[in-house]
Design a binder for this molecule. Sequence first.
Ligand SMILES: *[C@@H]1O[C@H](CO)[C@@H](O)[C@H](O)[C@H]1NC(C)=O
Ligand SMILES: *[C@@H]1O[C@H](CO)[C@@H](O)[C@H](O)[C@H]1NC(C)=O
Ligand SMILES: *[C@@H]1O[C@H](CO)[C@@H](O)[C@H](O)[C@H]1NC(C)=O
Length: 355
Amino acid sequence: MRTLVNFIIFYIIIEHTLASKWSYAANMIHGRNAHTAVVLNNGRVLVIGGTNMAVTFNNAELYDPSTGTWSMTGNMTNPRIFHTTSVLNDGKIFVTGGGDSPKTAELYDPLIDQWTPTDNMKYRRWMHTATVLNDGKVLVCGGIIDEGEYLITAELYDPLTNNWAVTGSMNFPRNFFTASLLHDGKVLVTGGYNFQDGYIDSTELYDPSTGKWTITGKLINTRTYHSAVVLHDGKVLVLAGVSGDQGLFVNTELYDPSTGNWTLTGNMNVPGMFRTASVLLDGKILVTGGEEFEAQCIPSVEIYNPSTGLWTVTDDLNNERMFHTASVLNDGRVLVSGGIDLYTLNTTEIYNLSF
Ligand SMILES: *[C@@H]1O[C@H](CO)[C@@H](O)[C@H](O)[C@H]1NC(C)=O
Ligand SMILES: *[C@@H]1O[C@H](CO)[C@@H](O)[C@H](O)[C@H]1NC(C)=O
Ligand SMILES: *[C@@H]1O[C@H](CO)[C@@H](O)[C@H](O)[C@H]1NC(C)=O
């Protein structure tokens, strides 16, 4: 009996040592990178557009966590890459702009599995951001247009009237920046790049009650191709990215909305850009993949603990990938989809926190 128990304990230890927290899930129907992904209110994950390097997709597909399978949805009206995707208050999914169709926007209704175009935006955009405000409107700002012009403009979509209206412009044109909804309803944009200023360290706040932008604290590093998440306590964590003169860096920064200041928090273990950052159910932050140097993708995964301010390495992805997505499922697991390594990936993998 003692021997059997020892054997079982030994087996469990070995099993846990060898098994990765990442396991492959079903392949997508189309390999894609530079797509977007969003979790629907029914718990399914919708992945949208992107490219396989031959075509830009007008299609989208759904992952059902209860069956572990992918299925195509109806087509979008337009192909999209580097577009935005948001969940509206009524549960519909709203996509805007992106390469190939930069002025258009459309809605996906999960109840009828169909896409419908909305009114066009006022400006063509890709590599921009979209943020759902507390009143249900969507703030779209920045980005780039095909001729290489960086955008300073912002506009609001009202789902109730299906209209776009121009709102206050930012203080800096930006692309590949981040936008985060703060607990007080304001929107914080950070960093990015534009032709005149290069890599940007400025951050600014949009106040929906005035429609105006004001400059707030400067980042410690200029950053573009970085990521930002809102922590459970309302602070904003900015991580990864690249800066023209300093290259890649491992330091990460916290914005405190009550002071408007940025302070350094823990260093990451691996530098990179184009990394995903997800808020887990317990408030920790999971960062996956990305690119280290030109075309050098990384499999690295790290977790930030807001209560200690420290980053720890966890199991690598099975596939190195960049321009992928990460979605927190309703049960707390994280689904990573697609992206590109040497070629566009149709693989997906799931991070299991339970062991
Ligand atoms: C979706 O779009 C693709 C590419 O344009 C086309 O080949 C396909 O037939 C479309 N599918 C449907 C159901 O319309
Ligand atoms: C933010 O930092 C600046 C520079 O250190 C300081 O002058 C300012 O007082 C800080 N803001 C607040 C509200 O503490
Ligand atoms: C996924 O990609 C691999 C490698 O390119 C390919 O062999 C496979 O047929 C693709 N599709 C599916 C559905 O697995």
